[in-house]
Design a binder for this molecule. Structure first.
Ligand SMILES: [Zn+2]
Ligand SMILES: [Zn+2]
Length: 173
């Protein structure tokens, strides 16, 4: 969706406010579903437009340790400076250049949201994650995997000793 700033650019309007809801599911592979409420306030400054956007996120995200989905909420505000043209675009990446007075809100929101989210989500501080061997979620209790890896060369010996032990007890009876 595009926001039209032309009325502000020609001085007919000093302020502009807008609000939208965006479906942000899939913005990153960790966001299973969710939406962002966006409230924007733009003010005319001499030579450029100052735009403040508040993002209110409500999502179902995937825990990077246990792979379970959980609810994640986040709020943040970002300020942008908008203009119509730049003399040296390479030196002025703080400014967003409007295309025919229009701003692509979806594109701006997607970039801003991705940059402001943590690189990975963890469902709780002490999340135990998944068992490396069987993949069981260790938050739901222990799995049956042994604590330590047994040297495969010793497995035969252990089996032999167990058999020997069993035979031994049988003989005693
Ligand atoms: Zn987790
Ligand atoms: Zn296991």
């Amino acid at each position: 969706m595009k926001i039209d700033f032309n009325a502000m650019l020609c001085g007919e309007q000093r302020e502009l406010t807008f609000s939208y809801a965006l479906d942000i599911g899939g913005y990153t592979p960790d966001i299973a579903s969710g939406n962002a409420k966006i409230i924007g306030n733009a003010f005319d400054h001499t030579g450029y437009i100052k735009l403040q956007i508040e993002f209110m996120l409500d999502m179902a995200v995937v825990c990077s340790k246990c792979a379970e989905e959980f609810n994640y909420k986040d709020n943040f505000k970002i300020e942008y400076s908008l203009c119509t043209a730049l003399e040296n675009p390479e030196e002025n990446d703080d400014y967003i250049v409007l295309d025919s007075g229009m701003l692509d809100l979806e594109e701006l929101a997607e970039t801003s949201i991705i940059l402001n989210l943590p690189s990975r989500f963890i469902c709780k501080k002490n999340c135990k994650g998944l068992c490396q061997k069987c993949g069981a979620n260790l938050n739901n209790g222990r799995c049956d995997c042994p604590d330590k890896e047994i040297d495969p060369r010793l497995v035969k010996l252990i089996e032999y000793l167990e058999k020997f032990e069993n035979n031994d007890t049988e003989e005693v009876e």
